[in-house]
Design a protein. Structure first.
Length: 609
């Protein structure tokens, strides 16, 4: 994972909170209100212990008073106790409601801000980032989703949950020390043990959490692969193979989760035992002090100290949950902030923004290797003349699509130079460059949404009539209008060939001076191919066009052909010149003619004539 490994060694609680603080500060007034309510709630949490202390002593006094007591006195005492406790509960419910509401407001807003920030960041990354190992779509989604969820929960845990817990615990300890130093010391002695056990638990679980996180990434990526490849899986009857593969991953995940839970339950049992030891010691000590008539110690003080110790131990009892969440956040933060801090992955951009471009590309001595180590181009040199149609021809893997990727600044060459209109490509403003380029691929992405919105993606400011005109140019208008919902139809419901026409219509709407066509009619039928070819022929005029196609009919009328082999130019010239040179292009041309049964087609047509 890009950026993750570098962060693993330096990410700790302090640095994590420092990275989270900028997301919390915009909501400082909400935070202040939450903390104020926290203080009020912590004070109110001690009321029960104080009331119980006074109530027990008052009842004890009534019972042992000379002359006995009257039921009117008892009713008055119980009424006061009931009013105080019920009133406290009403106020406590209101305070807790407001405190939780404000805290959740902070968490939700921070979650939204983090999601938007990471999306904005990813959109600035160069293409090489997404093709690097560990940055597959499923794994990236897991890193983002788990990161946002875990980190926003950490904000809530630290700024909303921890402070109420520990404020209540500290206040309870202060009251215990004020009532009796010895009892306070016993309670205080239990707290460090709880912390030590919790930290020990976190250390033991850290490695397991990292394994669980890695397995979650693999599982998500595997499920996404199944969904994307469901047609292939079914056509080869490999459902059981994929099911077994996922079962093995799920089994591994189950074992890891069970190992994690086993360790957690052991430590939680140990902490519960330590808490009970503290309660027993408090009861024994306070009972002893009462029996020995220690000053200030009464029967009520036994219950008083037991309840206060519960106010100390109960918040600390929640520490393991918060500490677990915090350790999860440390692991997920590595991947999440690894994305946000991957400065080297940000797409570079120059400042050259001309008002117009002729479209003359010159590639000189370019070498390029993909992030996975595949060598794609080897000392490549060629020139794309402005206003001309240049075809890139070669066997699969020759480097044709790589050239288009480099010219569109999706990738940068390892060495060598690429210029457009005499200006090095790295000096061009990336947005300006791509505004001047129309790109149609063999497989174009269609967004979830209406057909009209998908076409308008080529120029968001286009009018409805302009969208319709582009659809006519791509010979898709009549088919769309025949649909029940017309241009409001979900574009994902269209066939592959129809989606290809939508992508071509999108390019027509953009109407750029430079056009890259990478197998633009690969998924279209013969009639549609002819229709689209006529439209493309019309839009080619006066523009710089680069076309990649295995269909000889798409490239035979090009102005120039470059024949590539293993990332290097083998031949170039006009189609006729290159064919008569012999070599690879002639082999490809002849093989294409034979595969189409060109002789039989010609005789059939002559026979009809």
């Amino acid at each position: 994972m890009t950026g993750s490994n570098s962060m693993e060694s330096k990410m700790n609680v302090g640095s994590l909170l420092g990275k989270l603080l900028p997301y919390v500060l915009p909501y400082k007034w909400l935070l202040i209100a939450t903390l104020t309510l926290t203080l009020v709630g912590s004070l109110m949490a001690q009321v029960n212990a104080v009331v119980l202390d006074k109530a027990v002593d008052a009842i004890n006094t009534l019972l042992h008073r000379n002359g006995g007591f009257t039921w009117a006195e008892a009713a008055r005492l119980l009424g006061i106790i009931s009013i105080v406790l019920l009133g406290k509960e009403v106020l406590s419910a209101l305070v807790t409601f407001a405190q939780r509401l404000f805290g959740e407001n902070i968490r939700i807003n921070v979650s939204r801000d983090m999601s938007l920030r990471v999306i904005d960041r990813i959109l600035t990354f160069r293409m090489a980032y997404f093709s690097a190992e560990g940055n597959e779509a499923g794994k990236l989604q897991t890193r983002i989703d788990r990161g946002v969820m875990s980190l926003s929960n950490t904000v809530k845990n630290f700024f909303v949950d921890i402070l109420p817990l520990f404020t209540s615990a500290v206040m309870a300890l202060v009251l215990m020390f004020t009532a009796n130093v010895y009892v306070g010391l016993v309670a205080l002695a239990i707290v460090p043990l709880y912390f030590v056990i919790t930290v020990w638990q976190g250390t033991r679980l850290k490695g397991w959490r990292r394994k669980v996180f890695g397995t979650h990434q693999t599982l998500n990526h595997g499920i996404m692969n199944i969904l994307e490849s469901i047609g292939v899986i079914k056509s080869f009857n490999r459902e059981q193979l994929e099911a077994d593969r996922q079962a093995a991953l799920q089994l591994d995940s189950t074992e890891q989760q069970m190992a994690t839970r086993k360790i957690s339950f052991l430590f939680e049992g140990l902490k519960s035992f330590v808490e009970q030891i503290g309660t027993v010691l408090i009861i024994i000590l306070t009972a002893y002090l009462v029996l020995t008539d220690y000053p200030g110690m009464t029967i009520g003080k036994i219950m008083y100290h037991v309840m206060l110790f519960s106010n100390v131990s109960a918040p600390i009892r929640q520490l393991h949950r918060i500490y677990d969440d915090l350790n999860d956040a440390l692991i997920y933060a590595e991947g999440f902030f690894g994305i946000l801090e991957a400065d080297s992955e940000v797409e570079s951009s120059g400042k050259h923004r001309p008002e117009s471009t002729t479209g003359r590309f010159v590639i000189s001595g370019v070498n390029f290797t993909y992030p996975n180590g595949t060598k794609a181009l080897n000392d490549l040199s060629l020139t794309i003349e402005p206003g001309k149609v240049t075809a890139l021809v070669g066997l699969s893997g020759a480097g044709k699509s790589t050239i288009v990727n480099l010219l569109d600044k999706f990738y940068t060459p390892d060495d060598g130079t690429i210029t457009l209109d005499g200006v090095p490509l790295q000096e061009w403003d990336t947005q300006s460059l791509r505004d001047n380029i129309g790109l149609v691929l063999q497989k174009n992405h269609i967004f979830s949404g209406s057909i009209e919105d998908n076409i308008r993606y080529g120029r968001p400011s286009a009018t409805t009539e302009e969208v319709y005109h582009a659809a006519r140019q791509a010979y898709i208008y009549d088919q769309v209008m025949a649909l029940p919902n017309g241009f409001n139809t979900d574009a994902l419901q269209l066939s592959g060939g129809q989606q290809q026409r939508i992508a071509i219509a999108r390019m027509f709407l953009k109407n750029p001076p430079i056009i890259f066509l990478d197998e633009p009619t690969a998924s279209l039928d013969a009639i549609a191919t002819e229709q689209i070819k006529n439209s493309i022929d019309a839009i080619k005029r006066g523009r710089t066009v680069i076309i990649i196609s295995h269909n000889i009919g798409q490239i035979i009328d090009s102005d120039t052909i470059y024949v590539l082999d293993k990332g290097h130019v083998e031949q170039h010239g006009t189609p006729t010149e290159v064919y008569h040179q012999g070599g690879l292009y002639k082999d490809i041309f002849d093989a294409a003619a034979r595969s189409m049964n060109a002789d039989m087609i010609a005789s059939t047509m002559n026979g009809k004539a």
